[in-house]
Design a protein around this ligand. Sequence first.
Ligand code: PLP
Length: 406
Amino acid sequence: MTKKRVYLDHSATTPMDTGVFEAMKPFLGEIFANPSSVHSFGQEAKKHLEEARDKIAEILNAESSREIIFTSCGTESNNLAVKGAAGACSGKGGHVITSSIEHHAVLNPCEHLQKNGFEITLAEAGARGTVDPEKIMNAVTDRTVMISVMFANNETGAVQPVKELGRLIAEKNEERAAKKLPKIVFHTDAVQAAGKLKIDAQELGVDFLSISAHKFYGPKGVGCLYVRRGAKLEPLLHGGHHERNLRAGTENLAGIVGMAKALELAVLGMPKEQERLAELRDKFEKSLKKEIPEVTINAAGVERLSSVTSASFSCVEGEALLLSLDLEGIACSTGSACASGSLEPSHVLKAMGVDPALAQGTLRFSFGHGNTEDDVDYVMSVLPAAVEKLRKMSPIWKNRKTAEKK
Ligand SMILES: *Cc1c(COP(=O)(O)O)cnc(C)c1O
């Protein structure tokens, strides 16, 4: 009998939807031309490229398709927004505000800016795992040129007050215009939110918004950046005149067509699927709390993505628990995929004030299309015993239990 396998790591990446695969096929074969070529082959490719752009622009409610710039991934989109916008306004000021719970694809570009003379403020997220818009606005100085706050956190799923921030930044920009100060541009990393929450770029009041196809059942290696009309940006890649001179390099047409299809499918199925996932997650969290002592669900008190459970188990090594689940065919993660392998506790949990030892005992379970109630039952048939076994090896746990018995 083949062993049961359960994939609960959809925040790291998702399997490609079959509809997406079908949509991409012609572009891996007969429609191969360079969209920048003048001949009819190129023009045909160009037509499909622009159709994909139109579709994505419409779904994100951009004002125009010209506001969509294709990139190679979420990381590139974030780099282009953070470094590109800072580069475009340097000389006029040099202060950037971001949050302590951002993905490294935002934090590390900010660190790079810091090395190049920018001042960076990391706004605290607080125990609930969300940033406080008022605190962010209080950090604004005359030199502030950019604010970057993610839409939904990749470790806890906590949804950030992006819309409120957009409103406050717009108000601030009106005051600043009167004082002839540069406009503050606003970027959001919406990589985890895309396909799970409604994204309306105009309503959010953002200048830049990043998404990545492989997080919503599209292909890997393709993303885009929404760049609001008039928002200034310096390219990272210099070369041909692709993507309105903002991103040189021949477009990944198959990937782009796949991304447009994936976004369309995700948004179409969103209300039903998100409700279904929330039910699965709630069932999972309920039995976690019932069957395992001393487990905390992170960011439980705030609006969260319906697909994510971040659970901290006291006196357990997260990495060891992950491996014992893996032996049973269950895939989850400690923190984010990009940070695993490092022994550092998650910067997100640290920012939330979670005790470092408890942060080390944290696993992220992220649900998706393929998961059913059966999967939750299977995980719960394995997890409590795995936790208990590891706790029996923990001196702290043993001492505590002995003390309790006395
Ligand atoms: C996955 C992820 C990224 C990086 O996207 P890639 O396409 O893998 O480069 C950026 N931000 C968040 C919040 C993510 O979850």
